[in-house]
Design a protein around this ligand. Sequence first.
Ligand code: 13P
Ligand code: MG
Ligand code: MG
Length: 396
Amino acid sequence: MQVTLSVIKADVGSVGGHTLPSAEMLETVRQTVESGRETAGLLDVAVMHTGDDMAILMSHTRGVGCAEVHGLAWTAFQRATAVARGQGLYGAGQDLLKDAFSGNVRGLGPAVAEIEFNERPSEAFVLFAADKTEPGAYNLPLYLAFADPMHSPGLLLSPDLSEGFTFRILDVEHTEGDRAITLNAPEDLYDLAALLRDTHRYVIESITSRRCPGEPSVSVSTTRLRNIAGKYVGKDDPVALVRVQKIFPATEEVGAPYALIPFVAGDTRGSHNMPLMPVPVNTPASAFFCVPIVSALAFSMHGGKFGRPADLFAEPFWEEVRRRASAKAMEMRRQGFFGCSMLPMSELEYGGITERLGRLDRQFRIEIPKRTRRHGNGRAATPAAAVGLAGSLAGR
Ligand code: 13P
Ligand code: MG
Ligand code: MG
């Protein structure tokens, strides 16, 4: 059976700052998708949140970019926006950047990741949802799971994985259409690393098997809200779908890289580098500078039905990882705005600092060095003050 998984997520308002959606907003989204389920042709649907972002996961047979499926998610987020406004919540409608729906939520604000495939007898997949970070945050965990045998033993142990994987990487700085490159692991490993290190610009969009050419495993949302809005309106809190097991890395191979707790862009005002903390699903954003968070739900889908998922980062192992993530976060925040703690200018986009630097720039003066006197022999005379300084230093 040919099934499409569509996950569409948006931040349309949250309680007391950028924390979590209200219970009423979540209920509105659930009711909307439940009531429109048949018309949109959904096989199953699940609603959850990570921080202030609500995600709607849908299975259907209508293919990627289906207007009815996207339209149902758009309507649900619009209604949740109305609820958020009615409750006076913060940032109501934040990610709905356009007024009119035109057949697809891409380019309108919500993040979307979709995959179409022939459902396997045991179809296992993981939904990752992150808050207070950018799509490039998945670059390293996905690279480690799909290309590095030091982290992903299946690449050595399983003949199904030994031929490697094909990565499609998007240049998200490019705004006129998709600018993409396709690279293969393992032979293009260094090229992959050279691109993936630049998480603000180069983002893994999809990964497919080489054993079964074209068979999709990964789909990452690659929205850049700032490319749509033309200004900072929040980070592009990304979702990702990863099919696992058999010809793909195992659930534990795609989960384990998060124990590395990589520093990613995001955090308070979307302007810092902070560690990515793995958390259970439906966790609110942290009052400790909105440290970037990621949740992972593993599903077994059968006939397009989800069943009860496993909340991967809820079990005891991840408590120690969270403790270390907190320690890393506190250490980094101790240096405030300094150096690598705050993002480079190109990623800040907060008007305040740009205005300040613009004003300071106008205050800079170019000072032309004083001309040195010349003796008759052509050698430059040493100014008396410089002699005094050199003499006193030499005497130490
Ligand atoms: P969100 O993108 O999650 O709304 O966060 C915005 C922000 O700037 C938090 O400090
Ligand atoms: Mg928000
Ligand atoms: Mg968010």
